[in-house]
Design a protein around this ligand. Structure first.
Ligand SMILES: C[S@@+](CC[C@H](N)C(=O)[O-])C[C@H]1O[C@@H](n2cnc3c(N)ncnc32)[C@H](O)[C@@H]1O
Length: 220
């Protein structure tokens, strides 16, 4: 059993966030980012929700994509801006320091893909709903949304084990950051409720991590 609640602690040191989350997850987070990058057609126009330091966006830019990312944290966005400067990728990667509540600034039907990695579990129910509603609006028909995040295991036994194994980390994280994360109850269901057609929902880590791929139908 594994929990990503400690990521709130790692976010307090944005410069070492990518290295530390990859170490702490034994490479799982980097592996997931590679897996998602392979699901996106090279050259796509992509919106990343909660882009953090821009590590994943950098991978997409290398694949020829044009990425627009946003994140609530000024310090994570600060590191993303340094990446843009140092890698000279300002033509292909743009960032905004904002939360999902400002997503109305993005134009209708203007992206081929929307991606979010480990950000939805930091949001309230209302924020997730608003993010999905807007993701649907900004995607072109046939566009994809891909979300990878911590979720609640479906069986009662696994859910119980997950909550007791994450409790100590949750407590330490809350004491250090006064913040926490919440595993998402039914991310595939929330995507379907927002109008998407769920193509794939791959569960791992004792059913507590999901990689979901969904599509905005062409005829709606
Ligand atoms: C664990 S980090 C993951 C960063 C990046 N997606 C990655 O995988 O490297 C979660 C990020 O989501 C951002 N975030 C949380 N809630 C958000 C919201 N409501 N709007 C925008 N960003 C948010 C946090 O500021 C943080 O940078």
């Amino acid at each position: 059993m594994f929990s990503y609640v400690f990521m709130k602690i790692l976010e307090t040191r944005p410069r070492s966030y990518d290295r530390n989350i990859n170490r702490a997850s034994l490479g799982k987070v980097k592996e997931v980012k590679r897996q998602i990058a392979n699901l996106i057609t090279p050259g796509s126009k992509v919106l990343e929700i909660g882009c953090g330091t821009g590590e994943f966006a950098g991978m997409l830019v290398t694949a020829g994509c044009n990425v627009e990312g946003f994140d609530l944290s000024p310090s994570m966005i600060g590191v993303a801006r340094e990446r843009i400067r140092s890698e000279g990728i300002g033509d292909s990667f743009t960032v905004h320091n904002m939360g999902v509540d400002s997503m109305d600034m993005f134009a209708d039907r203007s992206y081929d893909a929307v991606v979010s990695i480990l950000a939805f579990s930091e949001m309230s129910d209302d924020e997730r709903g608003y993010a999905l509603e807007n993701a649907y609006r900004v995607l072109s028909p046939g566009g994809k949304i891909i979300i990878a995040d911590e979720v609640s295991p479906r069986s009662g036994v696994l859910r119980f084990l997950h909550s007791i194994t994450r409790a100590p980390t949750l407590l330490v994280t809350y004491l250090v950051t006064s913040a926490t994360t919440r595993p998402i109850g039914d991310i595939a269901g929330e995507l379907a409720a927002a109008g998407f057609v769920v193509e794939k929902c791959e569960r791992s880590q004792a059913d507590s991590f999901a990689l979901v791929v969904a599509v905005k139908p062409v005829s709606r």
